[in-house]
Design a binder for this molecule. Structure first.
Ligand code: ZN
Length: 312
């Protein structure tokens, strides 16, 4: 390895609700090592394993200059808070109030640790290497087991009171739709209607195995487009990147899923916002899959590490 690359080596942790993906490298095409651990129910034990794995990679590849953690949430991002770097209210067993950053800080006391939501991490990674290059205002949404959204306004990651919780926005009800949704907090929020488990509950089978003409897709696509219209009206993004597993849409296929979401978006928006980006042709570049594909999350953690270290 050349000296420049070695001096910019970072550790990345994509902390997901199902698995933790860990990597060491400098960017999307420069992974020197990668592994994953099931999330399980014991945060302390898992973070010990993660730290030990990163330490071993240091011995093989050289010192890490920073760590980045892109985490499922909700998380505490207030650096003045005693629970900074903790998960907060998750219903996930064992993870309520779990400490994430502190556990890594004890193992790596001398390097910066970047910490943000998984979706803000992915947004940063997409801006550096993926589908948001050159954009200062955009949204990154993941639709999988849950729905989360992050992004940037004027080149800064979206933070505020806590961090955006786009997956829990209230949703309209299509006439005649009796489905009550699956969110344990709100029922029919966006996550309650369009996450993988929501589509599966409505259809009585996993989304991946649904025939392309199954009505559950019609509902999912309408509600998805409706939520994206709301985000567009509120945040005025220049692009929406739609990641996560649901976008692959099983037998319907990713391409048709995106085409149908864009068409429905146009119908719901009804021509109100006059921008070339929201015309039939423009929408092909407005609602897009992640440029980093399924690596968006772990690359996001890497981007958070690089940002924590400062300009290199
Ligand atoms: Zn909800």
């Amino acid at each position: 390895m050349n000296k420049k690359r070695k001096s910019s080596l970072v550790g990345a942790v994509e902390a997901g609700g199902t698995k933790f993906v860990c990597a060491v490298g400098t960017g999307p095409n420069e992974f020197l090592a990668r592994t994953q651990f099931p999330t399980g129910r014991s945060p302390a034990r898992l973070l010990e394993k993660v730290a030990a794995w990163l330490k071993e990679r240091e011995r093989e590849h050289g010192a890490l200059t920073a760590l980045g953690v892109a985490s499922f949430g909700p998380v505490d991002l207030d650096k003045a808070s005693p629970t900074y770097g903790h998960i907060t209210t998750t219903p996930k067993p064992g993870w309520k109030n779990a400490e994430i950053v502190g556990a890594l800080r004890r193992a790596f006391p001398h390097i910066p640790i970047g910490f943000d939501t998984d979706v803000n991490g992915a947004a940063l990674g997409e801006r550096r290497w993926g589908a948001a290059r050159g954009l200062d205002d955009f949204v990154y949404v993941t639709v999988g087991t849950g729905i989360g959204g992050g992004g940037m306004a004027r080149g800064k990651l979206l933070h505020g009171l806590v961090h955006p919780e786009m997956g829990h926005i209230a949703m309209p009800r299509l006439p005649g739709d009796p489905f009550e949704g699956v969110c344990p907090f709100h029922g029919r929020c966006w996550e309650g209607l369009c996450s993988g488990p929501a589509i599966a509950r409505r259809a009585g089978q996993a989304a991946e195995s649904l025939p392309p003409d199954h009505p559950a897709w019609d509902y999912a696509i309408y509600y998805m487009a409706s939520a994206l219209v709301s985000l567009t009206c509120v945040l005025s993004p220049k692009r929406i990147i739609l990641g996560g597993s649901v976008r692959k849409a099983g037998r319907l296929g990713e391409q048709r899923f995106f085409e149908r979401v864009r068409k429905s978006f146009r119908e719901i928006m009804a021509g109100y916002i006059a921008s070339p980006a929201l015309t039939e042709n423009g929408l092909a570049n407005f609602i897009v899959p992640p440029g980093l594909g399924d690596n968006a999350g772990v690359c996001g953690a890497m981007a958070l590490a690089r940002a924590a270290r400062g300009p290199a």
